[in-house]
Design a protein around this ligand. Sequence first.
Ligand SMILES: NCc1[nH]cc(CCC(=O)O)c1CC(=O)O
Length: 315
Amino acid sequence: MSVTLPTPAEPLKIGTRGSPLALAQAYETRARLMAGFDLPQAAFEIVVVTTTGDKVQDRPLKELGGKGLFTREIEDMMLAGDIDIAVHSMKDMPVAQPAGLMLDCYLPREDVRDAFVSPGVARLDDLAPGQVVGTSSLRRRAQLLHRRPDLKVVEFRGNVQTRLRKLSEQVADCTFLAMAGLNRLGMADVARSAIDPEQMLPAVAQGAIGIERRVDDARAQAMLELIHHQTTGLRLAAERAFLATLDGSCETPIAGLAVIEGDQLWLRGEILRPDGSESLSDEGRAPIAEGAALGKAVAERLLARAPAGFFDWRS
Ligand SMILES: NCc1[nH]cc(CCC(=O)O)c1CC(=O)O
């Protein structure tokens, strides 16, 4: 294939966070761009950005507050022209982008499931009453306590490597990680088992990489159009519309997963109280091109069913 790009006088600067997973995702993006345009590695420059979310490790994420804790500084650099594109875990991305930026390029989605990780226990169902689960995810915490109010949950922050170290220090009996992250790190063997979405519905956009750019950057637009993965985009349109309608973010106990079945999208969504005392689920189907309307409809049904005060966990 021959694609003419606006003159790439300068290397395309790819912004990323510095964790091993973030770097793996940036390398995957670079590899797809190199292959797609038959470009050498020198046509790209990977720029590592340390964000506030990366620097502050000793407080729960929800206390640090603010959507986009891991992305704002990267976006500011892109708006300033210091980087051209930014590679993100879509699970961590707010539903709307700042003025001047857009996010419409997705790489093929990885395994969407959560992994059960434990040195001593093989499966989620094998946990004994009173055992300790480490997680910083409000969703995983609420889903787990909903099914197993007998378990104890402790705060577990940090990247994949940090969490594994805490497990080896016996801070908790088990933890959960996204299968996608483990697979992308070549660490699938860390998962004792993968948890079926029926048992634990994943976070919206789990396993998907998105690439953000400036709205008016014709070179980046041409490059990203070629590597965009269509069906991942259709699934995320449904899931992110669902999240947007609930006004949720990665800081809320919300789960959502869309899959493609023939010419239809099937979306399932779940909202929970943070203590797990209540869980509401809903689902729907629509033609694949109508994901945004589907996500909105499923979210609106959940909102109509949610008792007063269901979302008041921040007060
Ligand atoms: N919130 C952190 C985060 N953001 C994306 C991933 C994993 C990769 C993915 O879901 O795409 C993780 C870690 C985890 O949940 O294990």
